[in-house]
Design a protein around this ligand. Sequence first.
Ligand code: 4GT
Length: 246
Amino acid sequence: MHFAVVSLFPEMVGTIGQYGVVGRALQRELITLELENPRDHASDAHRTVDDRPYGGGPGMVMKFEPVAAALELAKGKLPDGCPTVYLSPQGQAFDQAMAKRFSALPGMVLLAGRYEGIDERLIESRIDEEVSLGDFVLSGGEIAAMAVIDAVVRLLPGVLGDEESAVQDSFVGGLLDHPHYTRPEVVAGRRVPDVLLSGDHAGIARWRDKQALGRSHQRRPDLLKKLDLTDEQQTLLDEFLKEQRL
Ligand code: 4GT
């Protein structure tokens, strides 16, 4: 899959390719990452990319022309059929289902804004989709673009090893993850739950499913409401809640 990011801080975005899963995917040529800076497309000697907002008020707005030129060049480096996505709090909420949809694309152009954002006419004429990571404000769209790339790359065939892929199946089930423990058996006066030391693989799987259901119920009831629990899952949740009351 091919990614291009348009940003005033391309080096910041480029660091995503230096570490971990995305770094490995880049090395193995499972993905490509192109970076384009609107400042390289400014027309004046000062390389101006921002200007004052019409109507007044604080802050600056990214100008149409340099951003449009950067987007055009970025899109030209990718195969046909790659949408342009603008990251902003006004966008549709990003979630695992959206990551899955993006992972089926040949590639995507991600636009990261700065200042108060971009001229609205860019959104109207050059943006296919506006995406938000959630109801909070960042100083720029770069971290949001990097988060989207990370979530999407993890879903591409061959990127994760068998072991890592299995872990991922848990959230694909629409639930929170179960708790994790590693050595030592006792730390800070707290023991690892006995079942995890039992070697009873079916018992361990059942305990983990129960924890995932119980934690989702307690912390994210919105997630559980979206699911139609099987009879087995309902039994596990009932058990979790009963054990909780003891
Ligand atoms: C929050 C998000 C985002 C920002 C989010 C335009 C200039 C937007 C600064 C940018 N803040 N971008 N994508 N919640 N800030 O996803």
